[in-house]
Ligand binder design. Structure first.
Ligand code: UDP
Ligand code: MG
Length: 313
């Protein structure tokens, strides 16, 4: 039987958070009074998370399903895998570290009932480090300018989706992607509501600076061609001014004679242009990298085992 609601939770080394999360989540969901399932993806945890998830599955075999990855494929792929298996009419995503309070889920569902197909959350009083918050603000602003995605808080994972949006995401086949942004591109009537945010209950953030950078490159290049186009424009402008400089220098040489001064100015300009060229190659590289990943057609994630009750399909 298909449940009304599926709650999707990616898990990577969250051994101390899983039981408190499960207790709070089931309390909220039981209260709503509609049928539900909870789908955990164990994203290659190396701590006791896998064993705890197995226990949780055994306590409520009909409601708790666990997708066990073969390794660490990242938060967004963990959600993607769950999206391929969820059976609910409405799907809610949530972090495992209790930064998103499960108690806010009924408000997401109310917005879905009001006719929206994607309900995003934006975090009130975001409880992350100053560095993370400022970096997010900057990236959010850039993204807002170069993509058509309107989102107040792209990093918030407490979100609700209608079935057809989830199906579109699951079949999109993208290798490295950003689920909320992808959802937005399939949404007909998206909306956003304010959700609460708590400090991480236990353990530490799984994202290091490098992961955050990568994730944001994926977001920019996966949803916009503007970086390439801006670079082309820049190339035009630079060529134009370089041409002016060459004409000027030629005329100077003919009418005034050769010059030796200003060598360092010229070096300065040279280094600037070389730097610009390398930057441009990098941007092109980002897109080629994405093309390469798509063309290679390797599986996006590998599932070792799925824990679900026997009568499930
Ligand atoms: N996560 C995951 N795979 C990863 C990294 C994170 O499944 O490679 C999960 C993690 O267990 C958590 C959620 O994604 O449930 C958000 O991660 P985290 O809290 O570390 O990110 P932050 O809140 O610092 O952005
Ligand atoms: Mg977190």
């Amino acid at each position: 039987m298909r449940p009304y609601l599926s709650v999707v939770i990616p898990v990577y080394n969250e051994e101390d958070n899983l039981r408190p999360l499960f207790a709070r989540l089931t309390a909220v969901l039981d209260d709503i009074g509609k049928s539900y399932e909870i789908v955990f993806t164990n994203d290659g945890s190396t701590d006791r998370s896998g064993a705890i998830l197995r226990e949780l599955h055994e306590t409520r075999p009909d409601q708790v399903r666990v997708i066990d990855f073969n390794g660490n494929f990242g938060q967004h792929m963990a959600i993607m895998a769950a999206f391929e298996y969820v059976r609910g009419e409405v799907v809610v995503t949530l972090d495992a570290d209790l930064q998103n309070p499960p108690e806010d889920i009924p408000r997401l569902l109310a917005a879905i009932d009001a006719g929206h197909d994607v309900v995003g959350g934006y975090r009130k009083d975001r409880q992350d480090t100053w560095f993370r918050r400022s970096a997010s603000r900057l990236i959010n602003a850039i993204r807002a300018r170069i993509t058509h995605i309107e989102m107040r808080d792209q990093g918030c994972m407490l979100r609700a989706y209608r079935r057809n949006v989830v199906d579109n995401i699951a079949t999109s086949g993208e290798v490295s992607t950003f689920i909320p942004a992808l959802a937005y591109s399939f949404a007909a009537r998206p909306t956003e509501i304010e959700v609460r945010h708590a400090p991480r209950a236990a353990g530490r953030s799984k994202y290091r600076i490098y992961d955050l950078l990568r994730l944001n490159f994926d977001l920019m290049t996966g949803f916009s061609l503007v970086p390439l186009q801006v670079f082309t424009m820049l190339g035009f402008a630079v060529s134009f001014f370089s041409a002016l400089l060459v004409i000027y220098l030629t005329l100077q040489r003919i009418f005034i004679g050769p010059e030796v001064q200003g060598v360092f100015t010229l070096f300065g300009i040279m280094y600037f242009l070389v730097g610009l060229g390398i930057f441009g190659l990098g941007i092109i590289g980002e897109y080629i990298g994405r093309i390469y990943l798509e063309v290679r057609k390797r599986p996006r994630f590998v599932i070792r085992e799925i824990l679900q009750s026997a009568d499930d399909d």
